[in-house]
Design a protein around this ligand. Structure first.
Ligand code: AMP
Length: 304
């Protein structure tokens, strides 16, 4: 099934207790597109970069089968830039810089060939732009999944609430769920957020796994305990890419299949954190993925 991915394609500078990078390629949609490409060969990207963005990475996306016809390159402008520093627990971070640059006035043009997509993944991006993408699709996709972050809650809450009301699945982290709902209990937060529109909510808890809420149903997927977590940047996006990629591959949006999709998303995210940036998820083999999935199975399997 075809998947449309929208989100930031960017430069990041990351500092973790294990090291520091200069500007490297990042952005929500970069991670989502790469991760989902392991499941479906019909990934279409809508994003914007400046003329400072490396062609090599765009070619890399193409090698993964990602269609970049909808990736706008703005001459004389700079790509979105984000920098962050992780605390020693690697589960929390401070944003040091957010330079919107080309994202500041991004007009998401949807190529005709992208219309009629079955699945839409709205990666982290200006909520108004996410909304415009939904409005510009001539046919509503079978499933719309949206990711966002606290940054947008602070500067664009009204737009964000409007966009959230239009989607089927929202993915956010635990702190963001609390901020959005005003509730400390994640169960209460999930109930309030579902009232805002999305019938499914995924709350990401970093190394503590992820929760899927749907009405009164709750499913929990752990994160794989890893010997080394090098850089968590993009883990949430890689998770989302694996999640929607698996749904697009299986074309089954039942709650039960979403449980499977969460395990695939978690497996993809577990690779992402093993190296800086997108380094680890650009060249995964099918065998590596299979082994990781079976590690997940063994992690949570028990007979009572
Ligand atoms: P994650 O670690 O999954 O939360 O995602 C990190 C990625 O999100 C980085 O590669 C950043 O470039 C991107 N990012 C950070 N802040 C924003 C923002 N305000 N809008 C869009 N993308 C962002």
């Amino acid at each position: 099934m075809s998947l449309l991915v929208v989100g930031s394609v960017a430069f990041d500078a990351i500092e973790t207790p294990f090291g520091k990078t200069d500007k490297i390629v990042g952005g929500a949609a970069s991670y989502i597109a790469l991760a989902s490409s392991y499941f479906t060969q019909n990934v279409n990207l809508v994003a914007v970069v400046g003329d400072d963005f490396p062609n090599d990475f765009i070619s890399h996306l193409n090698t993964h089968g990602v269609n970049t016809e909808g990736l706008q390159v703005k001459e004389g402008e700079k790509s979105f830039f984000w920098s962050g520093k992780y605390h020693t627990d690697m589960n929390t971070r401070d944003t040091l810089t957010t330079e919107l640059n080309v994202l500041g006035n991004f007009d998401p043009i949807i190529p005709d060939s992208y219309q009629n997509c079955d699945y839409l993944m709205l990666g982290n991006l200006t909520p108004k732009v996410q909304q415009t993408v939904i409005e510009r699709l001539t046919k509503r996709p079978k499933l719309i999944v949206m990711d966002t972050m606290n940054f947008w809650m602070e500067i664009a809450m009204d737009d964000l609430r409007k966009t959230i009301s239009m989607v089927d699945v929202l993915t956010i982290n635990d702190e963001e769920a609390r901020q959005l709902s005003g509730e400390y209990s994640l169960v209460k937060a999930a109930a309030k957020i579902q009232e805002m529109g999305p019938k499914y909510l995924i709350i990401k808890k970093g190394e503590n796994g992820a929760l899927l809420f749907h009405g009164k149903h709750i499913f929990f997927a752990p994160a794989l305990p890893l010997e080394e977590v090098f850089d968590p940047t993009g883990a949430g996006d890689t998770f989302a890419g694996g999640f929607i990629g698996y749904l697009a591959k299986t074309n089954d949006i039942s709650f039960d299949n979403m449980k499977n999709a969460i395990i695939y998303g978690s497996a993809m995210a577990s690779f992402c954190v093993e190296r800086f940036g997108t380094e680890r998820i650009v060249n995964l083999s099918n065998d590596e993925l299979k082994i990781r999935i079976s590690e997940f199975k063994h992690l949570v399997k028990f007979d009572l």
